[in-house]
Design a protein around this ligand. Structure first.
Ligand SMILES: [Fe+2]
Ligand SMILES: [Fe+2]
Length: 158
């Protein structure tokens, strides 16, 4: 499940703005699951969502997939440390991530939907509107499970 050279080039180009951002780099300081940082988790979800979108016989907005996936957990705190500001993290972090993403980057409606709805079906009423959002919703769950069971194959080292 590796991107071809040309595909990786487009992936890297789309990622450039995020890699250069000190706010995105800050995600390296927070643990997502197991030994995986929030940065690596988002990067991995972006990589595999993009990989899958190119191989399914569906017309996806691949740029929005990469961008939305990279920002989907942009909440900048350690959810393992209990704090009144992030109670019920599972339900609230998509809203926090969207707030941060809108503050630092220009987003289109697909990217906003990806971030806001990625925890569905936990967030019952936030049903993904676009096929891109559905794709990331699924890849995020697979990557999260892989991180929890510490599956080295699934987590890209960044
Ligand atoms: Fe999340
Ligand atoms: Fe996630």
């Amino acid at each position: 499940m590796r991107l071809k050279q040309e595909e990786k080039k487009k992936f890297d180009l789309t990622m450039e703005e995020f890699i250069a951002s000190k706010y995105i780099q800050e995600m390296k300081n927070y643990v997502q699951h197991g030994n995986t940082s929030t940065f690596t988790h988002c990067y991995t979800v972006a990589y595999y969502s993009y990989w899958l979108s190119l191989r399914l016989k569906t017309n996806f907005d691949t740029r929005s997939i990469i961008r939305g996936a990279m920002l989907h957990d942009f909440y900048l705190y350690d959810w393992h440390i209990s704090d009144a500001t992030h109670r019920l993290h599972g339900f609230s972090h998509p809203r926090v991530s969207l707030y941060n993403a809108k503050k630092h980057f220009a987003l289109n409606s697909i990217e906003r939907d990806i971030i806001e709805k990625h925890m569905w079906p936990l967030t019952l009423t936030k049903v993904p509107k676009y096929r891109e959002s559905v794709l990331i919703c699924m890849v995020d769950k697979v990557c999260s499970i892989a991180e929890i069971i510490q599956c080295k194959v699934a987590t890209l080292q960044t």
